[in-house]
Design a protein around this ligand. Structure first.
Ligand code: G3P
Length: 217
């Protein structure tokens, strides 16, 4: 399972990279705004800064919602750095853009996916990644994890190579549950990744080992 971090915060990206388990970064316009990154040039520069920290794929989202606009923006984004993956929303022109980019060999991440049908369309259009938002489904009393299972089943039926990127991960159990049902990638906050580390028996066991060592040395 690939681990992506879902943030535009450079310090958190560095921390995750230093942990040694980071495979990529996802961002979106809200995450950019949260870090105070505004203005097209600053945003483009920030994507390059992120690429220079992390070894893997970095999703950069288009703002346009029409086909010509998405193509224009996506081509600029993809030329910024070889690690950039163009993030395209699941809308009618977005599907056309996914197909256009796929035919040109430009890698894509289809975002804002909330149903198996949307995921099927994204795969047929040649998306590199599909991003079902599981936390936002949970927020409205719908089982987000079930969507990951349904997409896994559909993709496996037909051998689609689009990678299932479980997004809107909110906590550590989301990661474990997504791993159980076969998500290819998860993207979430650093806190959710760090939560995987923790177990009280590990801490108690280590304290005991060190105490016993000290007795004899
Ligand atoms: O990757 C999608 C993500 O940024 C959305 O997360 O927590 O805003 O639903 P959230």
């Amino acid at each position: 399972m690939k681990f992506f971090i879902d943030t535009a915060n450079l310090d958190q990206i560095k921390d995750a990279q230093e942990l040694g388990v980071l495979d990529g970064v996802t961002t979106n316009p809200s995450l950019m705004a949260k870090e105070g990154i505004t203005g097209r040039n600053n945003i483009l520069k920030h994507y390059v800064d992120i690429c220079n920290i992390v070894d893997g794929d970095v999703s950069a989202e288009v703002i346009a919602t029409d086909l010509a606009g998405m193509i224009k923006e996506g081509e600029v984004l993809s030329e910024l750095h070889e690690q950039i993956v163009v993030k395209v929303p699941m809308i009618r022109d977005g599907v056309k853009a996914l197909k256009y980019f796929s035919d040109k060999g430009i890698r894509t991440n289809c975002t804002l996916v909330f149903s198996p049908g949307q995921a099927l369309l994204a795969a047929k259009a040649g998306a590199t990644y599909v991003s079902p938002f599981i936390g936002r489904l949970d927020d409205i009393s719908t089982d987000g994890l079930n969507l990951i299972s349904e997409i896994r089943h559909i993709y496996d039926n037909y051998g689609y190579e689009t990678e299932i990127l479980a997004a809107s991960i909110r906590h550590t159990m989301h990661i474990i549950d997504c791993a159980k049902v076969g998500a290819d990638v998860m993207t979430g906050p650093l806190s959710a990744i760090e939560g995987l580390l923790k177990h009280p028996l590990t801490d108690i066991g280590l304290a005991q080992f060190l105490a016993d060592y000290k007795k004899g040395n």
